[in-house]
Design a protein around this ligand. Structure first.
Ligand SMILES: Nc1ncnc2c1ncn2[C@@H]1O[C@H](COP(=O)(O)OP(=O)(O)OP(=O)(O)O)[C@@H](O)[C@H]1O
Ligand SMILES: [Mg+2]
Length: 506
């Protein structure tokens, strides 16, 4: 398309955070009507670049052109007026508002939103939903919607405001497989109707399935742009991390010993006080990984929080290392040998405003080596933090950086480092590689196998069937809060597991 100006052109973009160079003279070209993937390691600078494009961050140098016209935004509001829309890594909807209310909220329209008649708003939403296959109910309250539906609302919100170019930052990280395939077809549909999509994902399968071209970033620079059809996942992984990534973990056969986590007839309610776990029983032995496979929303959230002591148990038993812990406080469980890596890392595992070092010392700050005779020892906290940062390859400007400033993948490495460093006897991990790049995913998975081989009992809750098949020694399929069966990982076929995950008995 020689005469058509590029939808987005970024030239020599520089963005610094203090001494950290997050974007180092980045160039990016996006053609109108294409789906472009932005790929790169955790911390490579993808989100930063998109925040610069969207007017959320001001750049230190460089030019941005939209449809050939230079622009300089001072806020997202200005970007929206110029036809940009962004769906963030963490949704930004108001949960207590309806879909329609969220859509008109903060709209850069000169008219007062209240003056816009509800019927007109509903009609516009319905027209947009129908046009792009984005089914949602305009009157539904956002807090009642599934994650996938909330994301549709985010996309609709951008379209409602007239977005021609849509930026989606890891939109599939929290979706079920079905929701992912729906989203990918929505994106193709948008592109076919002349919209331009910038799609950030760590999942190479999705990138291969729905994009036209791929731009790879590394260490704050763009290193390559390729046509999707002319490249393999292995080549992409190498461009991103600079080494071979195997996508498969070699592990020896588990040598399980005594059961150290026992769950018997567990009944737990969800937030709406409806039963989410219905009589679940299983045990995890020292030296094995029990994978809990299932589609998101089948009781996983309630299982992880109940085991950690963050949610009451209605009936049943939780036993840790022989002790009844059904009603124990989280603290007592940690002391009994439990470590917990929650799926909601920002809500439950990290204090965003605290430093990396303090976050690494969390839960254990009142013990040796961090505290002696009642005094906090900052030098011990810092020393340990430095060791963990280097050992777990947590990319951070320093150990005093606030945890909220880490890139998504690096925040997750921090949480894992803290959990594994305790050498727990029982490890409950939920979605441990969500949002991680291919290199970090491989790294984390190896660490989990090592912990297993040191004798930890690991409960791995994951909605990624590939991850379960890669790591688990035995697999429990969870559906609507019940166990659909437990299988030897060697003997379970993905097809059978998939059927059971959908609630169909084989
Ligand atoms: N607001 C901020 N303040 C300070 N540093 C930041 C801020 N936002 C990002 N950074 C740093 O800039 C670098 C790039 O981060 P960015 O979030 O753009 O990475 P990313 O490519 O999106 O990674 P991920 O795949 O993990 O989401 C990281 O080192 C990160 O810690
Ligand atoms: Mg990011």
């Amino acid at each position: 398309m020689p005469n058509q100006p590029l939808a987005v052109q970024m030239r020599g973009i520089v963005k610094r955070f203090g001494t950290l160079l997050a974007n180092d003279h980045v160039d990016l070209d996006v053609q109108r009507g294409e789906v472009l993937a932005l790929l790169g390691e955790n911390g490579a600078g993808k989100t930063t670049l998109m925040n610069v494009l969207y007017g959320l961050y001001s750049r230190d140098a460089g030019d941005i052109l939209l449809d050939g016209q230079p622009v300089h935004f001072h806020s997202a509001h200005e970007a929206i007026v110029h036809g940009l829309g962004m769906v963030h890594q963490h949704f930004m909807l108001v949960p207590t508002f309806t879909v329609a209310e969220n859509l008109i909220l903060g709209q850069p329209s000169p008219r007062h939103p209240l003056l816009e008649r509800q019927r007109d708003v509903y009609r516009r939403i319905e027209a947009l939903s129908a046009r792009y296959g984005l089914q949602v109910e305009p009157g539904a309250q956002v807090s009642q919607l599934s994650v996938g539906q909330q994301q549709r609302v985010e996309i609709l919100k951008a379209l409602y405001r007239g977005a021609k170019t849509l930026i989606l930052d890891e939109p599939t990280a929290v979706l079920t497989p079905r929701e992912v395939s729906d989203l990918l077809s929505i994106l193709r549909n948008l592109a076919a109707r002349g919209h331009t999509i910038i799609f950030i994902s760590h999942k190479l399968k999705e990138v291969m399935a729905c994009t036209d071209r791929i731009t790879v970033m590394r260490d704050g620079r763009t290193v390559n742009t390729v046509e999707t059809g002319k490249v393999t996942p292995a080549e992409l992984a190498r461009m991103m991390v600079g080494r071979e990534v195997t996508f498969r973990i070699d592990k020896s056969l588990a040598q399980p010993r005594d059961p150290v986590l026992r769950v018997v007839d567990l009944w737990v309610d969800d937030d709406r006080e409806l039963p989410a776990l219905r009589g679940l029983s299983f045990e995890v032995r020292a030296g094995e990984i029990l994978g809990v496979a299932g589609v998101e929303g089948n009781g996983q959230a309630e299982l992880e929080t109940a085991l950690a002591g963050l949610r009451p148990v209605k009936r049943g038993l939780i036993q840790l290392c022989g002790q009844d812990m059904t009603a124990a406080l989280p603290r007592a469980r940690v002391e009994a040998g439990l470590a917990y890596v929650p799926s909601d890392r920002y809500g439950l595992a990290l204090l965003r405003d605290f430093s990396v070092a303090d976050n690494l010392a969390l839960e254990a700050f009142d013990r040796l080596p961090y505290t002696r005779r009642g005094f906090l020892r900052q030098s011990a906290i810092d020393g340990q933090a430095r060791a963990l940062v280097s050992q777990y390859d947590i990319r951070t400007p320093s150990i005093s950086t606030r945890a909220g400033q880490l890139s998504g993948g690096n925040a997750q490495k921090l949480v894992l480092a803290r959990a594994l460093d305790r050498q727990p006897r029982v490890l409950v991990v939920a979605q441990p590689t969500r949002g991680l790049d291919v290199g970090a995913t491989e790294y984390v998975q190896r660490r989990l196998i090592e912990a297993r081989d040191r004798g930890a009992a690991i409960l791995l809750i994951s909605t990624e069937l590939d991850e379960i098949l890669n790591l688990a020694d035995r697999i429990l399929v969870l559906y609507e809060g019940e166990c659909m069966g437990v299988f030897d990982a060697n003997r379970a076929s993905p097809e059978t597991l998939g059927m059971l995950m959908a609630g169909r008995k084989a």
